[in-house]
Design a binder for this molecule. Structure first.
Ligand code: ZN
Ligand code: ZN
Length: 253
């Protein structure tokens, strides 16, 4: 399984990094995981977005979902006509994005984006990948996502505060892609809906993950500081989800 970081900037795209978006590839399948502003162009630079197998959205905050609308236009109005694509997303995502696209019930939007809304605890299969969804702690419906392919597992936090299902879903995962929106000491009163780098490290240690990749780091923060802080509580390798970087996850024992 291969993870490619299309963009990893928290809250907004920057000159050098788009907002959240990741390509997950395994055994010929290609899944777009989150689609913040700028992600569609990054994706189109490395593959034909029309050949994606599915989209997985962690939640519908702007920095994680708006380029699903770009993908919709591409899939709807291309030369080969509307191409349907499954979209796994939290509850309410379909209505939220359809309203933005001003898509009534007969609109081509619904032919193209085949929303399959998920609840925490739901499981689906995409080819050989077993996906499990958990509860994220966030002000809108939001999911933690785990992919298992063979013996390899990837867990993605989406945006979440401490608690919820991230720690249990990440149990024994090969690679934990965790948000680390904050640095330093947790200010729970002000930021209950995001993790510090130390939170991400503690969670990785508790869950016994093999490798921690930090993402959703605001542009004003130095990722090296986040890595240092996470590494103070987690012994395994910690890396930054730099835009354009790739991570291989072995799926064989
Ligand atoms: Zn976010
Ligand atoms: Zn969010």
């Amino acid at each position: 399984m291969k993870l490619t970081v299309l963009g990893s900037s928290a809250s907004s795209p920057t000159r050098t990094n788009t907002a959240s978006g990741y390509l997950v590839e395994f055994e010929g399948k290609r899944i777009l995981m989150d689609a913040g502003p700028g992600v569609f162009m990054k994706l189109a630079a490395i593959m034909d977005p029309g050949s994606l197998d599915a989209v997985v959205l962690s939640h519908t905050h702007v920095d994680h979902c708006t380029d699903v609308l770009a993908l919709f236009s591409y899939m709807a109005y291309g030369p080969s006509g509307p191409i349907p694509i499954p979209v796994y997303a939290p509850e309410g995502a379909r209505d939220h994005l359809a309203a933005f696209a001003r898509a009534g019930k007969d609109h081509v939007f619904h032919q193209v984006l085949d929303f399959r809304e998920q609840q925490p605890g739901d499981e689906v299969w995409i080819g050989p990948a077993h996906l499990r969804f958990g509860q994220a702690i966030h002000p809108v419906p939001a999911l933690v996502t785990r992919f298992d392919v063979g013996s390899g597992a990837l867990t993605y936090s989406g945006d979440t505060g401490p608690g919820g299902d991230l720690a249990t879903l990440a149990n024994d995962t090969s690679l934990l892609l965790s948000e680390a929106s904050l640095q330093g000491v947790r200010d729970h009163k002000t930021f209950p809906h995001h993790l510090t780098a130390v939170d991400a490290g503690e969670l990785a240690a508790w869950a016994g993950v093999r490798e921690l990749v930090l993402t959703h780091i605001p542009a004003a923060m130095d990722p090296e500081v986040s890595i240092e802080q996470a590494s103070s509580v987690f012994d395994g390798p910690v890396r930054y989800a730099a835009p354009g970087s790739t991570f291989e996850i072995s799926t064989t024992r």
